[in-house]
Design a protein around this ligand. Structure first.
Ligand SMILES: NC(=O)c1ccc[n+]([C@@H]2O[C@H](COP(=O)([O-])OP(=O)(O)OC[C@H]3O[C@@H](n4cnc5c(N)ncnc54)[C@H](O)[C@@H]3O)[C@@H](O)[C@H]2O)c1
Length: 411
């Protein structure tokens, strides 16, 4: 099942549980605006190249729309649509005053030079600058984009609208980025894990972890879990997977990776088959790489008691059912990986205030938001008699539905 079908299915199930008016249910699924633009740039060799850019703005009932911009050869309108919708529910679960959006350009960023990427980003911004803005739609980095991409968008947008640091988040610190933003999603994953384990009378210290993905989310989650005394016993990325039953030395592994070493060449670990990683014995499994990695083939063999979805949409709906029957407790993506959007919100607030917070304040506020969302999800699970995924969906959907009704949606 693709991301759009799975997200819409979860939304519908939540709408039924909440007893939403069928007309309101239908209207909440329809995107506010779908933008498609042609971006033509001169390449470094003087030839012209054209790329298609998208921005789907799903919902703005709770505030400006918020979501990443990805550069990827397979950016497809259906997927962008699903991810925009997911952002609407995610910002509502996190209780940050935003709606949802997502965008992207169909391109292979690795095959474009830095100056070609800059021209492409500037042309895309010229085409959509009237439709984004500090109080309209605030983009952020996603797959294939980074803080430099945001710096170019900020600069191009500011040519039309004057200095506007809050038009994008995930910026470099020197241009108004927030301290703590880089680690925020991984830190949020750690806080979410801590909250879930505490609920079950356990803690990070004394538990064993398997993490898929050692990029931004996975490496920060691994470091912070390690700092809290958790044992990361297996880890994998696109280049391979490794394990050490006594716990991997994460700081040493970070150093090895930062020096350009592949995981499989790390001295203090044993190489394992990557297919084995997700079904490795552990207390907590944290997928932080791709979507759809837990499926009906491997779900029956998962041995973890808890799964924390650091990645977006790592569990397909068939796997979800199998895991629930096995008694695995799963913390869903729309909550577990919301640390990034929460600190993006702090970045936007700091830009609007023209006042920079220290990192301690950012982390403390993030902790508060993650704990509060967890408590609200648990309350929904109780009142709706449902699992954590539906608890999060019913929480997000009910908040958006209430905002929509209060605005007078039928008028
Ligand atoms: N970065 C954020 O703030 C953020 C926020 C919310 C959700 N997410 C989601 O988290 C996931 C990871 O994002 P990221 O920012 O860490 O990306 P990233 O590009 O920094 O890292 C991705 C990691 O996944 C690994 N990977 C790729 N293919 C793999 C494969 N076949 N098997 C095992 N590992 C593989 C890569 O080697 C890398 O270690 C994505 O699903 C993303 O949408 C990220």
């Amino acid at each position: 099942m693709n991301a759009l079908a799975a997200t819409s299915r979860n939304f519908r199930q939540a709408a039924r549980l909440l007893g939403l008016d069928p007309k309101l249910e239908k209207s909440l699924l329809i995107p506010f605006r779908e933008i498609k633009v042609e971006c033509t740039i001169p390449k470094d060799d003087g030839t012209l190249a054209s790329f298609v850019g998208f921005r789907v703005q799903h919902d703005n009932s709770r505030g400006p729309m918020k979501g990443g911009i990805r550069y990827h050869p397979e950016v497809d309108p259906d997927e962008v649509n699903a991810l925009a919708q997911l952002m609407t529910w995610k910002t509502a679960v996190a209780a940050v005053p935003y709606g949802g959006a997502k965008g992207g350009i169909g391109c292979s960023p690795g095959e474009l030079s830095r100056s070609e990427l800059e021209r492409l980003t500037r042309v895309f911004t010229q085409k959509i600058h009237d439709l984004i803005g500090t109080h309209t739609d605030v983009p952020a980095p996603d797959m294939g984009t980074n803080s430099q991409t945001m710096a170019w968008i900020l600069d191009e947008y500011s040519k039309f609208h004057g200095h506007s640091p809050a038009v994008v988040t995930g910026k470099p610190i020197d241009l108004g980025g927030s301290l703590g933003r880089d680690a925020a999603t991984g830190r949020g994953v750690m806080y979410a894990t801590e909250a879930l384990l505490a609920e079950h009378g356990k803690s990070i210290s004394g538990s064993t972890f398997v993490i898929q993905g050692f990029g931004n989310v996975g490496s920060w989650a691994a470091q912070l879990i390690h700092e809290k005394g958790g044992k990361v016993i297996a880890l994998g990325d696109a280049t391979g997977s490794i394990r050490n039953k006594d716990g991997l030395d994460i700081p040493a592994l970070m150093k090895h990776r930062n020096e350009g070493g592949a995981l499989k060449d790390f001295h203090d670990a044993q190489v394992i088959d990557s297919a084995e990683l997700l079904v490795h014995q552990c207390d907590v499994l944290i997928p932080c790489a791709l979507g759809g990695v837990l499926n009906r083939e491997n779900a029956p063999h998962v041995k973890a008691k808890f799964i924390i979805e650091g990645a977006n949409h790592p569990t397909d709906p068939e796997a979800d059912e199998i895991l629930a029957k096995k008694g695995v407790t799963l913390l869903p993506d729309i909550y577990a990986n919301s640390g990034g959007v929460i600190v993006s919100y702090f970045e936007w607030v700091q830009n609007i205030q023209g006042f920079m917070w220290d990192e301690e304040k950012v982390n403390m506020e993030l902790h508060k938001y993650m704990n509060s969302a967890f408590d609200h999800i648990k309350a929904m699970c109780k009142s709706q008699d449902c699992n954590l995924r539906m608890g999060a969906f019913t929480l997000g959907v009910s908040r958006v539905a209430r905002a929509t009704l209060l605005r007078g949606w039928e008028a």
